[in-house]
Design a protein around this ligand. Structure first.
Ligand SMILES: NC(=O)C1=CN([C@@H]2O[C@H](COP(=O)(O)OP(=O)(O)OC[C@H]3O[C@@H](n4cnc5c(N)ncnc54)[C@H](O)[C@@H]3O)[C@@H](O)[C@H]2O)C=CC1
Ligand SMILES: O=C([O-])CC(=O)C(=O)O
Length: 260
């Protein structure tokens, strides 16, 4: 199995460090080819078209723009893509390009579980009638820097109480918060869909980490799931579990016995 990776940030670097040398190629911006090659000692290419023949998997840890730019070419070449940039699928145009390319190449787009759990339960529950799914994302104020939360809350001043800076659908959340609402999109795609999943995003000065909560009701019964994830040291906005879930997915690809 020959694996390439897109993204050399907090998640990408964690994934490279924990996949036992299985990643042999880095897809990076053309302007950074020499620098990334010197930093990592791995082969680097500037486009998905240049990924070596025999590449079986491209891991995307770059964000929505990177997936939109490189995902379709990789998929059309028959290379599976494993992505954390799940919220990119809230854009119908990007979703169609990815789907069409996968059909053309006979490949698959795999969605990492990311920073959340319970997606397996939601996917089972939706087989019966799933009536209502909510998702609440809560992070310390600094976890929302660089997001539209800054237009609602003054993050430079210490907050005295939790502030909900977004309420709406998972689709709106994913489109407006590309770096913070991939989990909202994952919950939606596992459950009742991007337009029917209710989302709240909260800046909370008392938050001890990145907390994600799901509630769901339906024919299966009721579900409440909460996780408080530690942020990655190099990007506290991204939970360590998001990176760990990618490593787990890579390991499972070569397991004989695996979760379906
Ligand atoms: N599914 C989930 O649970 C989670 C998903 N994410 C997603 O993962 C993304 C990455 O997270 P981090 O590693 O923490 O961010 P980061 O900012 O540390 O790293 C992003 C990397 O991607 C590269 N990149 C961005 N656009 C690119 C492009 N068009 N071509 C090539 N390289 C490109 C950057 O240069 C950088 O190396 C986030 O933006 C977010 O969308 C983040 C956390 C959780
Ligand atoms: O890492 C997290 O806690 C969640 C996140 O940023 C996202 O959903 O995009």
């Amino acid at each position: 199995m020959s694996i390439a990776i897109l993204g050399t940030g907090a998640i990408g670097n964690y994934v490279r460090a924990h996949t036992d040398g299985q990643i042999t190629t880095i897809l990076t911006r053309p302007a950074r080819l020499t620098e990334v090659q010197a930093e990592t000692g791995l082969a680097c290419v500037g486009s998905a078209q240049d990924l070596p023949d025999g590449t079986t998997l491209l891991i995307d840890c770059s964000g929505h723009a990177g997936l939109a730019e490189h995902g379709p070419t990789a998929l059309a070449r028959g290379i599976d893509v494993l992505t954390v940039s799940i919220g990119a699928l809230a854009d119908d145009d990007i979703a169609k390009k990815l789907t069409d390319a996968a059909a053309q190449g006979g490949s698959k787009l795999h969605l990492a579980n990311g920073a959340i759990g319970a997606l397996d339960a939601l996917r089972g529950a939706r087989v019966g009638e799933l009536e209502r799914v909510t998702y609440t994302g809560r992070k310390p104020p600094e976890g929302w820097r660089g997001s539209p939360a800054e237009e609602v809350v003054d993050l430079s001043n210490p907050l005295t109480e939790a502030v909900a800076h977004f309420t709406g659908s998972a689709r709106q959340a994913a489109l407006q918060y590309p770096k913070n609402a991939n989990v909202a999109a994952a919950v939606a795609l596992a459950g009742v869909g991007l337009d029917d999943t209710s989302v709240s995003l909260i800046a909370d000065p008392e938050a001890k980490g990145n907390t994600h909560e799901i509630t769901a009701q339906g024919a299966f019964g009721e579900l409440t799931f909460t996780i408080t994830g530690k942020g990655l040291p190099t990007n506290p906005r991204s939970s360590a579990l998001a990176a760990m879930s990618v490593v787990a997915a890579v390991r499972e690809r070569s397991s004989t016995i695996r979760f379906a």
